[in-house]
Ligand binder design. Sequence first.
Ligand SMILES: [Zn+2]
Length: 342
Amino acid sequence: MTQYMRNNMHKKVVDLIQEGIWSIQQELQQLFQSFSLPYIGGGQDKLFWTGTLNGKFSTSSAITMIRHKEPKMHCSTKIWNSCLHPSTSSNIWKIVQGVFIDDSVMVDRDYSLASRCCICENEQDSMNHLLRHCSFSVKIWIWICSIFGFSLPVTFDDIWTRARNCSPLIRETWITAACSVIKELWFQKNERLFEDIKPNEKQFKSKIKKMILEGGYRMKSNKWNQNYDLQIINFLILVQRAPGFGVVVRDHTSQVLGILSGSIGIGTNYIAQVYGVGKVPWLIDMRWRKATSKIASIIYMHSFRETNFSADSAAKRGSTLAAGERHIIMGRPSFLTRIELP
Ligand SMILES: [Zn+2]
C-alpha cells in the first residue's frame, strides 16, 4: 500500500468523479488501468447487491459469496458407481481424498521412524508405493492388466479411461477389477500388520476373481459379442448366471438339519417362484405328490429372501453352480453363520 493510499483510506467513489466524469488522481491511475470504469449516468443513486443478477440481497447468495469452495472432484461420479460395491467405493474414495495414514504422513507429522513396506520388506512405506511400486502390487497389476490386454495404469484417471473403447460390461468389469485390487492391496497391509497374514499372490488373485464374480451381480450392462469380451468373461467366470434356490431344513426346535442349494435353468425359474407361494404347476404335479406323500404337514411361510439370511446364502451358493447341479449338506454348514429364529 502506498503512502497516498494510507493517507486517503476514507476516500469515496464520489471523490473520483468531477462534474459527471471520472477524474482519477495521478497516484491511483496505475490501479485503475486494468479496469474499465462503468459509465456514469444521471439521476438518483441506487443500491444494488452485486451477488445476484437481479441486484436483490438474499442470504443464500451472501453465503455463496463467502463460502469455502473445494475443487470439484471429477472422479466422484465414477467412484460412486452402482457397479461397485459400496465398501469398495468408500475405500477408493478415502484413498483419492487422502484419508489414510501411511509412514510418509507420519514422517510429515514429525514422527521419527524407520519406515519399511511390510509387504515387500524392501522399500519405504507409503500409499503410493503400496498401490503402484511394491513388487507384490506390480505382479498383481501385470496379471489383471494382461487379462484385459491393458497397459499398467499410472494414475486413477488411467483406471477410468483404460476401458474407454470396450463394451459397457467389460468397462464395468475392469473398473470392478482395478478398484478391488486397490482396496485389497490396502487391506492386505492391515492384515499383515495386525493379523500377521503373509501376502500370498495366489490367494490374492483368487480373492480378486471372487470379488469380480460377486461384482457381476451388480453389473447391468451388455457385452459385445466379440472374442475379446468372451475371453475375459470366460476367464473371470462371469457366465450368464442361472437362478439359484436354497432350502434350509429345520426341525421343531429350529435346529438346522441340512441344506440344499441348487442351480436351475432359466426356464425353471418360474417353477422356483411358484414353489415359493405353494402352488404347484401341473407339469410337476405327480412328482410333487410323491415327494410330499410321506410328510405329515408342511407350513409355508413366505418371506423376502433378503431377510431370510440362511435361505438367501444357500440360494446364492446355488446360483454359482452349473445349471441343474445340486448340493446337499447334512447338518449346519459353516457358511450359514446367521440363522434367524422364527
Ligand atoms: Zn513394498
